[in-house]
Design a protein around this ligand. Structure first.
Ligand code: PLP
Length: 374
């Protein structure tokens, strides 16, 4: 065995020993929160398709028409030949929806975060992250070359202390947090965070991946990024900000400049999804209402978003409960370290407008039985 394979095998053995090895499971999603895997069709509570729009007939039709007219791929980067007019229309729609001056669409949410922070902060600057921030916010922060510090999760007081101690020694300062945290489903106290950041002349970037279309109340940050791949049911990422910031990023965000533009069909699908989302407030209200129904049944703290964590603890135990739920017809993937802190492996339950009350009640009963909450 050569040293490369020996290295890979050694790492895999260590991951296996810690129940941390990841494996792919081919899955075909259908309408109505259905997910087929291993020859069985399950009710999925693990998709981020919060409004069920990835399978909406109008969204599918928009994508099909765009492929037929404009082809499968963009053919080039946005700054060369990949700037299909659908992208500009989508940017205008996103900016209007979020009450921002302008928007910029990226290839994915991950790419957006990889490009935004390094374009705004660098050596000699300071980046402060909530310590439960998503992996791609960390990646952007590290890539920027700025000093990276954390503040305690959802703790504006700790943010203020950290800024008081370190702000003066740095040039620009950027605060990173999330409207809705992806693995805990709780919401940042954005009013307080924005206030503290402003007091210290720090800019705030909010990751709205799990907010748009589901929980949209509360103040807006000067920098709001998000994804087209969750409630909008398509693929791609975006930043909403002022016009000068968007124009700067168009020239300087490397994960925007040096990558192929989003396929026109992805933009067309997201644009149609945005129109449906805006026209149907009942659809937007459903994921949170169903999540609250679930937390009430299980005696958990009331859901703040479409994401509800059921904490288990050890990775192996979380995997076993997930397997038992699958046997009962529910897809609820176990989330393990390093995605979440050690000892906090959990079921991450995601609710969608595509679920009905009966499915939610059946899942609650199954979880109660398996976790001893019954
Ligand atoms: C999913 C997610 C992203 C990444 O978005 P993609 O478009 O899937 O790359 C970024 N931030 C958070 C908080 C997310 O949950």
């Amino acid at each position: 065995m050569d040293s490369l394979d020996a290295f890979a095998r050694g790492k895999l053995d260590a991951l296996e020993a810690g129940s941390l090895r990841r494996r792919l499971t081919p899955t075909e999603r259908g309408p109505g929160a259905a997910a087929a895997r291993g020859g069985r069709t399950l009710v999925s509570f693990s998709c981020n398709d919060y409004l069920g729009l990835s399978h909406h007939p109008r969204v599918i039709a928009a994508a099909q028409a765009a492929v037929a007219a404009h082809g499968a791929g963009a053919g080039g980067s946005r700054l060369v030949t990949g700037d299909h007019p659908y992208l500009g229309a989508l940017e205008a729609g996103l900016a209007r929806h979020k009450g921002a001056e302008a928007a910029l669409v990226f290839g994915s949410g991950y790419l957006a975060n990889l490009g935004i922070t390094p374009a705004l902060a660098g050596r000699g600057d300071l980046v402060l992250l909530d310590d439960l921030s998503h992996a791609c916010m960390w990646a952007g922060a590290r890539l920027s070359g700025a000093r990276v510090l954390t503040f305690r999760h959802n703790d504006p007081g700790d943010l203020a202390r950290t800024l008081a101690e370190h702000r003066a020694q740095h040039g620009r300062a950027l605060v990173l947090t999330e409207r809705v945290f992806s693995m805990d489903g709780d919401r940042a106290p954005l009013g307080d965070i924005l206030g503290v950041a402003q007091d210290f002349d720090a800019w705030t970037l909010v990751d709205d991946a799990h907010g748009i279309g589901v929980v949209e109340d509360g103040p807006r940050a000067p920098l709001e990024m998000g994804t087209l791949s969750k409630a909008l049911g398509s693929y791609g990422g975006y930043l909403c900000a002022s016009r000068p910031v968007i124009e700067l990023l168009t020239s300087r965000a490397r994960s925007f400049v040096y990558t192929t533009g989003l396929p026109p069909a992805s933009a067309a699908a997201a644009l149609e999804a945005l129109a449906i989302l805006e026209a149907e407030p009942e659809r937007r209200a459903r994921p949170l209402a169903l999540a609250r129904r679930f937390t009430a049944r299980l005696g958990l703290p009331e859901a703040e978003s479409a994401v509800v964590p059921v904490l288990i603890g050890e990775a192996q135990a979380a995997l076993e409960i997930s397997a038992a739920l699958e046997a009962a017809g529910f897809l609820v993937v176990a989330i393990r370290p390093p995605t979440v802190p050690t000892g906090t492996a959990r079921l991450r339950v995601a609710f969608s407008a595509a679920h009905d009350e009966t499915q939610v009640d059946a899942l609650a009963a199954a979880v109660a039985a398996l976790t001893g909450r019954a």
